[in-house]
Design a protein around this ligand. Structure first.
Ligand code: MRU
Length: 374
């Protein structure tokens, strides 16, 4: 990640043209807009691990494109097509090891491996395998924005139908699920954007999202940038805000949704869901189908990433001065799992999944239904 390029006022986290990838350094926001050059999968791995880029869809796309840039600039490759496929497969496994919880990353890697193995079987040139990889990674970038816009559309319409006052909806969100966490538009923040575009959003409330402050640094930045009426609250103010009657719905993103709808998302999501249930407020998860992991029957099987103690011991999620006593022990899970029982609906790019009176979601049937419609 050699060069730093300053740009002004951009919400684009991933800037890609064939052979070149720049990632917005989200650790520097909102005060500085610095893009880092990503030359290869090693740079991609470090950028994901160190939170230059974060958010489940953005991580997956940035990883895929970091390898696309590496192979676009590879020069001569002496191996056979199957060697090219193994080369790509190994690099994808390496990229998946950067962060464990968001399934989008391993889902993208699995799909890209299928592409390269098929290309290797069908071709006599290693170069064709690389070409197939680069094209498939580029499609992932394009597809994500369209998918987020569809989530926004379905989510806003659904929410309006559920509300007693569908023209004045105030929503609370957590973490950052917007343009910065995706290729563009966002998931939960995409629904908020769509409500605002329809003129029915009264106010968006965003939590600080400690310890890394994705809410105060990133979501607040996006909301201000888009002129969306918005208020920042401390994470610990959420229950009081709900009690005061200021929240009509909670919408969050997801890093991994199990087949029954149990959802891993940013730490603190579970507390918000419990508070929402206590106050009779609907709680929605907005996520693309790539965030769903049908191989897991429940959230108990989701691996939760634990991050460095420094994120709590130092200000600004570990990037600033020390604020906690030296010697204190720290537990810092990056995510928690919200049980399906307290989730009202899962908003996807193919429609909203509901429980229809059951305790959990039947996401497998939903996925089968939408894929048979194609
Ligand atoms: O640790 P982060 O910042 O990558 O966590 C991000 C979240 O938890 C988001 O809510 C989730 O990835 C959905 S982003 C559309």
């Amino acid at each position: 990640m050699a060069n730093e390029v300053e740009q002004v006022n951009s919400l684009q986290s991933i800037c890609y043209t064939r052979g070149s990838l720049k990632l917005l350094d989200q650790r520097k926001l909102p005060l500085e807009t610095i893009y880092l050059d990503i030359a290869d999968s090693k740079d991609g791995w470090v950028a994901i691990k160190d939170m230059v880029v974060r958010g489940a869809p953005a991580i997956a796309i940035a990883a895929a494109l970091s390898l696309a840039v590496e192979v676009s600039n590879l020069g001569a490759f002496s191996g056979m097509p199957k060697d090219a496929a193994s080369f790509l497969s190994d690099k994808l496994d390496y990229l998946v090891s950067s962060r464990p919880t968001a399934v989008n990353l391993s889902d993208a890697a699995t799909k890209l491996k299928e592409v390269v193995h098929k290309a290797a079987a069908a071709s006599s040139e290693a170069q064709n395998v690389f070409q197939a990889y680069v094209e498939a990674a580029e499609v992932m970038l394009e597809d994500d924005v369209a998918s987020n816009k569809a989530i926004g559309h379905y989510g806003a319409s659904f929410l309006q139908k559920q509300q007693s006052d569908p023209k004045n909806i105030s929503v609370l969100t957590h973490c950052n699920t917007g343009s910065l966490a995706t290729a563009g538009y966002g998931t939960a923040l995409g629904v908020i954007r769509a409500l605002h575009e329809k003129g029915v959003l009264e106010r968006a409330y965003c939590t600080e999202t400690r310890p890394f402050n994705q809410g105060s640094r990133l979501t607040a930045f996006e909301l201000v940038h888009e002129n969306i009426p918005a208020t920042l609250i401390a994470d610990s103010a959420a229950a009081a805000l709900m009690k005061a009657g200021q929240v009509k719905a909670v919408i969050v993103g997801a890093d991994r949704v199990a087949a029954n709808g149990d959802t891993a998302n940013k730490i603190g999501t579970y507390s918000l869901a419990i508070s929402a249930m206590h106050h009779g407020i609907p709680f929605y998860v907005a996520a693309p189908l790539t965030s769903i992991d049908l191989s897991l029957s429940s959230g108990e099987e989701i691996v939760i990433e634990e991050r460095s103690a420094k994120e709590l011991l130092h200000a600004r999620g570990g990037l600033g001065e020390q604020v906690a006593a030296s010697g204190i022990s720290v537990w810092n899970p990056a995510f928690d799992v919200t049980p399906a029982t307290v989730i009202s609906g899962i908003i996807t790019e193919k429609g909203v999944i509901t429980k229809d009176g059951a305790d959990s979601f039947d996401i497998k049937s939903f996925a089968e239904k939408v894929s048979s419609n194609h």
